[in-house]
Design a protein around this ligand. Sequence first.
Ligand SMILES: Nc1ncnc2c1ncn2[C@@H]1O[C@H](COP(=O)(O)OP(=O)(O)O)[C@@H](O)[C@H]1O
Length: 185
Amino acid sequence: MAEGANNGTRRPRPNLLITGTPGTGKSTTASALAEATNFRYICVGDLVKEKNLHDGWDDQFECHVINEDLVCDELEDVMEGGGVIVDYHGCDFFPERWFDRVVVLQTENSVLYDRLTKRGYSGTKLTNNIECEIFQVLLEEARDSYQEEIVIALQSDTIGDISDNVASLTEWITTWHGTGSPEKC
Ligand SMILES: Nc1ncnc2c1ncn2[C@@H]1O[C@H](COP(=O)(O)OP(=O)(O)O)[C@@H](O)[C@H]1O
């Protein structure tokens, strides 16, 4: 479980985490939501590369070995003010108190397979990510790391799903009145 829930701390605007297996549409959804709401969009993967918040390259998983402490230090002040949408394919190392809503995007396996193949994934990297989706690894991680009522799973198979998800999340943001409210979306 991530450190400390948001026990009544007030911030003027909520923070959201958009998580899910690579290819489920995190960056597409999060950036569209940020545009619709004037929130700040932070892609943790890009931040890690830009600011060297990693411990080198992992040949097996073909990605940077993220340094979680450096990422959290980098984001702490930003998160305090609220109004941030964070995009990352993991969620168990952020302080729990940072987020008011954790969105887990999910995609039907064959659709995800096509998206990842198009992205150039193959072999173990492709298989690992498809298995990650089949076994709902990110949904379980989110439920283990945050209070149940702030975690929601949204389907992201079609372009229509993106608009629906952005619309419902925008509504949730605009009707948010502080920690623990409201129960929309
Ligand atoms: N719901 C969706 N319907 C159709 N295409 C989508 C959807 N979500 C994402 N895509 C497409 O799939 C690819 C991966 O999306 P992206 O947002 O980069 O995923 P992630 O950030 O989770 O890795 C992009 O080409 C994007 O346009």
